[in-house]
Design a protein around this ligand. Structure first.
Ligand SMILES: CSCCC(=O)C(=O)COP(=O)(O)O
Ligand code: MG
Length: 240
């Protein structure tokens, strides 16, 4: 019996293209000036110190900026760097430069699951602050009330089995009663090894293999306690 659904964001709730074509380029453009302008603010200063420690060398601000841009280019999931990106995106969401993309089928199913009493959680490499901004400024409105809690890489990397065990302990639900949704097979493998149930969200335009996990092309295809959600007749992807 599934009691909770834990979902990834990028590629699962939200399109890969929103992250790769909107969020990441925005953060890369803004990072140098953001660090120069805010590097003495306590929160930014602390995050920069943590990134420096991760680099393992004493880099000055300009060298650190170059290093962070190179890591962002290859989407390195370094926890303090993801938190810094979140502060930059906060500016973008606040100014209305973009809103958070969430697939229409995901919004519909999350609302139904929530209304039926299912507990919903997020696990993303994006910082918890980023997750809340994306969901709070989504194209479908403020989706934050649907979620009981959020997790980021402070509990561990998404390909690490221990991260899923920690989440299960934190939410106090047995792993076998948690369903994890993701587009990434390594994450699903790690969650499965921790005892979670899994479903791969594999959008129609995504040719990657599902790695043997149960698979759905959108949230309507996700089986929860034996039932796929009812797909409305006109539920094409009009909101996407
Ligand atoms: C709120 S996530 C923004 C995109 C991002 O920074 C990221 O790293 C996405 O990772 P995910 O674990 O959601 O695939
Ligand atoms: Mg993903």
């Amino acid at each position: 019996m599934i009691q909770a659904i834990l979902t990834d964001i990028e590629g699962t709730l939200s399109s890969l293209s929103f992250t790769r074509e909107v969020l990441f380029p925005y953060a890369a453009r803004r990072l140098p000036d953001f660090v120069r302008e805010n590097g003495r603010e306590p929160e930014v200063k602390r995050l920069l110190a943590d990134v420096r420690a991760y680099a393992g060398r004493s880099l000055d601000d300009e060298a650190l900026i170059e290093r962070m841009l190179a890591w962002m280019e290859v989407d390195q999931k370094i926890t303090p760097l993801k938190a810094l990106q979140g502060l930059i995106w906060e500016e973008g969401f606040g100014r209305g430069d973009f809103t958070g993309h969430v697939h229409a089928d995901a919004v519909d199913c999350l609302r139904r699951w929530h209304d039926s009493g299912m507990a919903l959680y997020v696990f993303s490499s994006g910082s918890v602050h980023t997750q809340q901004m994306l969901l709070g400024h989504s194209q479908a409105g403020d989706l934050r009330p649907l979620f009981t809690d959020h997790f980021d890489t402070r509990v561990g990397g998404k390909k690490q089995i221990a991260a899923y065990k920690t989440i299960a302990e934190r939410i106090a639900i047995p792993p076998g009663r948690i369903l994890f949704l993701s587009d990434t097979v390594d994450e699903l493998d790690a969650a499965g090894s921790a005892g979670l149930r899994t479903t791969c969200i594999r959008r129609a335009d995504d040719p990657r293999d599902a790695g043997g996990h149960p698979c759905a092309t959108d949230f309507y295809g996700v089986e929860v306690n034996g039932d796929p959600s009812v797909r409305p007749v006109e539920a094409d992807h009009a909101g996407d």
